[in-house]
Design a protein around this ligand. Structure first.
Ligand code: FAD
Length: 626
């Protein structure tokens, strides 16, 4: 009888945890569950099986079956693949948590820190079929009965629900989650050699928090689009101007409303007639529109700037999008009617009343987002070494590749990168060579921006962390180890702090660094790098570079695939230089200081300009010199 009572108490405590509807509530219910059942969450490897043994209700068992199935993937080696790995993840967004689950299944010790303690985003989510499949396999429906119950299969509730599901699964598989803990910076291992020295740690806020002492050898940045991790160069895509508008209208759940069909995403290219009619009738010019029926009637549309100007939604036309969409420059009333009119037309005027839902600021729930300038990290991972301790650093989610989320790419590509990262960590734990690990990761990362719901492998049941199960045209060695030497950073901090941030910061860095590289050392290094190239003889930091061949050689030495050196014509000074400038900017993020034409026009290249420019190559490649 005692046994029965204990069982039913355990089931109830577990049920409270499963049903918790906030982040804080979940963590509290989890704490109570662990205390009452005397489970030790710090025992990350044994936790899941202890919990399983303690909670045996049919409902819990159904979840265990799902999770056992996932955990049986051969890549995890029965949870023994990464037993010595200690991992810190920054951010408990969907992608940070999804990564945490994979790391835990590999047997790693995983700590997630999150600066907030609420999950507040309420947007309806558009998800790719594989993402839904993945979440179902993690037991999403057990946590949230209504998961993907809508008419269009690839819809879930909202980011908040998704985060809650992933938070609960993370805790179950032994991940440690700390809220109200903010990552500030990475701390290097202390100098002492041997076992006494401390390993890699994080500076966090609040300062005295126990996690300040946590030592780790894998660090994952999942802190969203404003990533804080140093060492990752961000590249910017300036796309065609597209402005996304989201709008939520009250759903009174009437029969009339129930009848209206959802729109799973109509893009201009697929239904030009629809958009032309919309424009003719209303002056509204859209590129696509999505409508989901949920707690609210939720619309996402991407609008052309000109029509927003014409309809008085945007007041002045500014080049900088920040100014363009600033609240001072937006006529809120006009925006409300614009989105309402579009929603009305899109649903063929069948929704009886389009009253705006009220958001958590007490305002009608409409918002505009700018997709004209999107960011991606140039690289997905790097390795740092200090005091003979290595640290693998990786980015996932929006930190890695900012999504055009109206198409559902946020979570989809985010989860793919989570799996790819787990795969890399697994290789790292198996003792693969650092450059091999990094080059494989970069090869796989190159596929990510091209991956769509259509071109990904269709057999979702076969998906594992092994990229070969997911990407059809995988070539995991298209980036070669010698091309990622700059991502293996050892030695002093100066070589670590590859700059991040906008142009102001960048130019400050150039000047500061310039004084650090003595021209003679720079010259020696350049000579070594360009030795043996046809038509190249570096004797100084000025005239030797005039033809552009030396610059091309410098690049070719690092990345032979980028420049066809043999095809260059020594006499075509403007072209050679321009080519080198463009390639270096694109491939390494090194910004040109002058143009090829300007170079051709001068007798002797300016020494300061050349030292500044060449120093950047030196900074980037000196540790990887051939
Ligand atoms: P985030 O969700 O941004 O999470 C990052 C977390 O890190 C945050 O919780 C933050 O508090 C925390 N953090 C930041 N800095 C620190 C620090 N220094 N220390 C500790 N913690 C830190 N995607 C889709 O796939 N489909 C959709 O339909 C969709 N709709 C969207 C609608 C809107 C309005 C918006 C804004 C986004 C939408 N997205 C959608 C995008 C989706 O939300 C993101 O792609 C996804 O949330 C990215 O997850 P993430 O884990 O990378 O980052």
């Amino acid at each position: 009888e005692m046994e029965d009572e204990r069982n039913s108490q355990a089931s109830q405590l577990f049920e409270n945890f499963v049903q918790a509807s906030t982040c804080k509530g979940t963590l509290q219910a989890f704490g109570v569950l662990c205390r009452q059942l005397e489970l030790d969450p710090a025992d990350h490897q044994g936790f899941y099986s202890s919990l399983k043994a303690a909670v045996t209700s049919w409902k819990a068992k159904a979840l265990w079956t799902k999770l056992d199935k996932r955990a049986s993937h051969k890549e995890y080696k029965k949870g023994q693949a990464c037993t010595d790995t200690r991992c810190l993840i920054i951010g408990s967004g969907p992608c940070g948590l999804r990564t945490a689950i994979e790391m835990a299944l590999l047997g790693a010790k995983v700590v997630v820190i999150e600066k907030r303690d609420t999950f507040s985003r309420n947007n309806v989510l558009h998800l790719w079929p594989f993402t839904i499949h993945d979440l179902r396999n993690l037991g999403a429906k057990k946590f949230y009965g209504k998961f993907c119950a809508g008419a269009i299969d690839h819809i879930s509730k909202c980011i908040r629900q998704l985060q809650l599901i992933l938070l609960k699964v993370s805790l179950i598989v032994g991940v440690e989650v700390h809220v109200n803990v903010e990552f500030l910076s990475l701390l290097e291992p202390s100098e002492e050699q041997g076992s006494d020295g401390l390993g890699w740690r994080a500076e966090i806020r609040p300062a005295g928090h126990p996690i300040s002492d946590y030592e780790f050898d894998v660090l994952i940045g999942a802190d969203g689009r404003r990533s804080t991790l140093d060492g990752f160069r961000r590249k910017e895509f300036r796309g065609k101007l597209a402005i996304a508008i989201t709008a939520n209208f009250v759903n009174r759940n009437t029969t009339a409303e129930a009848k209206v069909e959802e729109i799973s995403g109509v893009a201009f290219i697929f239904n030009q007639k629809f958009f032309l009619e919309l424009k003719e009738e209303t002056g509204i010019d859209l590129e696509n529109i999505v409508y989901y029926k949920d707690n609210t009637h939720y619309f996402v549309m991407t609008a052309k700037k000109q029509s927003l100007l014409d309809k008085g939604v945007i007041i002045h036309d500014y080049i900088e999008t920040e100014r363009l969409l600033h609240s001072d420059n937006v006529n809120q009333e006009a925006l409300l009617s614009y989105a309402r009119e579009a929603a009305d037309f899109g649903t063929n005027y069948q929704l009886p009343s389009l009253d705006y839902a009220i958001n958590h600021y007490g305002q009608p729930d409409v918002a505009m987002f700018d997709f004209t300038c999107m960011y991606a990290s140039e690289n997905a991972a790097l390795i740092r070494e200090k005091s003979s301790r290595q640290l693998l650093v990786a980015l996932v989610g929006d930190s890695l590749l900012e999504p055009f989320w109206p198409m559902g790419t946020g979570c989809a590509r985010g989860f793919l990168a989570a799996f790819d990262t787990a795969w890399m960590v697994q290789g790292w734990a198996q003792g693969k060579e650092p450059l091999e690990i990094l080059s494989e990761r970069e090869s796989i990362y190159r596929l990510l921006p091209q991956t769509t719901a259509e071109n990904i492998m269709k057999n979702f049941e076969q998906y594992t962390i092994d990229p070969a199960t997911r990407y059809p045209n995988l070539n995991s060695s298209c980036v070669r180890p010698h091309q990622v030497r700059h991502l293996y950073i050892n030695g002093e901090q100066s070589s670590c702090s590859v700059e991040r941030g906008g142009p102001t910061r960048r130019s400050v860095n150039i000047t500061r660094r310039e004084s650090e590289v003595r021209p003679s050392r720079l010259l020696l290094w350049c000579q070594k790098q360009t030795q043996g190239y046809r038509g190249v003889d570096v004797t100084d930091l000025t005239t030797s570079w005039k033809s552009g061949l030396a610059l091309c050689a410098l690049i070719h030495r690092q990345r032979p695939d980028l420049i066809d050196f043999d095809s260059l014509n020594e006499a075509d000074c403007a072209r050679n230089n321009q080519l080198a400038f463009e390639v270096a900017e694109r491939a390494f993020g090194i910004q040109p200081l002058i143009t090829g034409k300007e170079m051709a026009a001068v007798q002797e290249p300016d020494k300061l300009v050349m030292v500044l420019y060449l120093s950047k190559f030196y900074e980037m490649f000196r540790n990887s010199s051939l």
